[in-house]
Design a protein around this ligand. Sequence first.
Ligand code: PRP
Ligand code: MG
Length: 212
Amino acid sequence: MTKIRIAVQKSGRLNEDSLAILKDCGISIDNGKDQLKATARNFPLEVFYLRNGDIPQYLRDGVVDIAIIGENVLVEKGQDISVVEKLNFSKCRVSLAVPKGVKYNSVKDLEGKKIATSYPNTVNEYLKSKGVTADLHIINGSVEIAPNIGLADGICDIVSSGSTLFKNNLKEVDVILTSEAVLAVSPTISKERLEILKKIQFRIKSVLQARQ
Ligand code: PRP
Ligand code: MG
């Protein structure tokens, strides 16, 4: 029997809520956090646990058919990937932040400055739209430490509760985008799997309605 293949974040902020929404949809998955792949017991679905940043490419290549992913990742790496449902969890912002003591009136203050980020495309697009040129330092995690160790003048990263910024003595000065978890679809999904997707979407809609 044909199964739909869904990508879910392997570990991190979206992982738990992604599995929870599948569960609320009545889909039971054998819990295999250490496995990279799991099969649903009562629905034609396979789960692939993947790194967030890799998911857009897996969708593009048709290695998976659908994914639960943050909009922020699609803005950064998957603007060609379509979204069929917003899932109303993992809400966050992608924001610019600078050290608390630094004066900041507008993004123009970052002209010629160093910005540390894991979201180079998102930042570049934003800076370009504002006519600002800055020097980006691409790092994959713990971005907020960069200004404190003299690596950058400011950062651009995900802000959720704001506690990481607070702990690192930074202030959020510009929200570039807001994001939540979404259901994204591979451009190459087959007709047969599209029918399975419709069933999942129907269930997700009811779950989201019931949660309100
Ligand atoms: C993410 C993100 C921010 C932080 C934001 O990091 O990169 O640093 O969460 O959340 P907050 O506003 O609630 O503090 P994460 O801890 O997932 O790890 P990483 O940076 O190493 O990827
Ligand atoms: Mg972080």
